[in-house]
Design a binder for this molecule. Structure first.
Ligand SMILES: [Zn+2]
Length: 323
């Protein structure tokens, strides 16, 4: 089926039954595809954005979704407020990523009553080692590793998003009060969109002049392995700090030796820093979104995992000169 962002689907739900009835099938992927059988809605907590999108896609209209990471906040360093803890204590199910990815969340989870079902979505996934950064640059710009020392950014491979969707669907469909068939259909529809996205990455990054992905945020190893790219996360190039001459030299040498023409950052660089790097190493800079969360403004404008990944793919294709 044709993948699309959630935004038009949300709009559709307000347009009314007549318009909906005239649409050509496949509305199962819309939030609310699964209907409650009866009674009060279950409260399902999602620890940060990609998980929240999965829960909404699978059962959005039939459960109350409690997103723990507020729009615009970082996932890794989240500390729950007292009122969030109270809401969490009243939840029925919590989906999260464990192994120390969000220590502030896990600390609260460990004190919840055992009646609340807790599901660590890392289970069932292959979690990758952290790959060494570029030698000759200084320090860490991204200290995000799991307690086991592994890389938490599993969601950036659409295949892992699909596996997590299956895990969420499996837990929700065995939960009393939810419509098993509607959940299965909604999960199938969302997984189909993720599989289409994955195929777009495979085709779009098959033929590129460079296969080296230079990033400032070491978040893209799952995507790099899928696409057979080498991710090199450079330290010493941080939007908040001027890189040292030594770092710039190491990056420049690496860039020259590996046909690197674009360095990818997580956030927009200050113009002077971008210019410094461009002048020193002859590369340009662009953005990649690690999709750890969206601002409220982005969400209101229809931001979604799939839309953000398509944008990442376009930027990668341009930066790596893919045909
Ligand atoms: Zn990260």
């Amino acid at each position: 089926m044709k993948p699309r962002s959630k935004f038009p689907l949300i709009v559709l739900s307000f347009v009314g039954a007549v318009v909906l009835a005239s649409c050509s099938g496949s509305d199962d992927s819309s939030p609310g595809g699964a209907a409650t059988v009866e009674g009060a809605k279950l409260s399902v907590a999602a620890a940060f954005y990609p998980i929240e999108e999965i829960v909404r896609a699978v059962a959005g209209g039939s459960v109350d979704v409690l997103g723990l990471t507020p729009p615009g906040d970082g996932a890794h360093d989240l500390e729950l407020t007292a009122s969030q803890v109270t809401s969490l204590e009243a939840a029925d199910i919590v989906f999260y990523i464990g192994d120390g990815f969000q220590p502030g969340v896990e600390k609260v989870l460990s004190s919840l009553p055992s009646s609340i079902v807790q599901v660590d979505l890392l289970e069932g996934l292959t979690v990758l080692d952290v790959v060494a950064q570029l030698e000759g640059t200084e320090g860490e710009t991204d200290g995000e590793v799991l307690a086991s020392g592994k890389d938490p950014h599993v969601w950036l491979d659409p295949a892992n998003m699909a596996k997590m969707t299956r895990s969420v669907a499996s837990v929700l469909s065995s939960t009393e009060g939810l419509d098993t068939e509607a959940i299965a259909a909604a999960a199938d529809a969302y997984v189909a969109q993720l599989e289409t996205l994955g195929a777009e990455f495979d085709a779009g990054l098959a033929n590129c002049q460079s296969r080296v992905l230079v990033t400032s945020h070491r978040a893209f190893e799952y995507l790099a392995q899928r696409a057979d790219l080498q991710q090199v996360a450079i330290a010493g190039v941080n939007p908040e700090e001027e890189p040292s001459a030594k770092s710039l030299q190491a990056i420049a040498e690496f860039a020259a030796a590996n046909s690197v023409s674009t360095i990818f950052f997580e956030t927009l660089l200050p113009a002077d820093l971008a210019n410094t790097i461009a002048e020193e190493i002859g590369a340009t800079s662009d953005l990649l979104d690690p999709i750890e969360g969206f601002s409220q403004e982005d969400l209101d404008a229809g931001a979604s995992y799939i839309v953000a990944q398509r944008s990442n793919l376009e930027r990668l294709r341009q930066g790596l000169k893919c045909s």
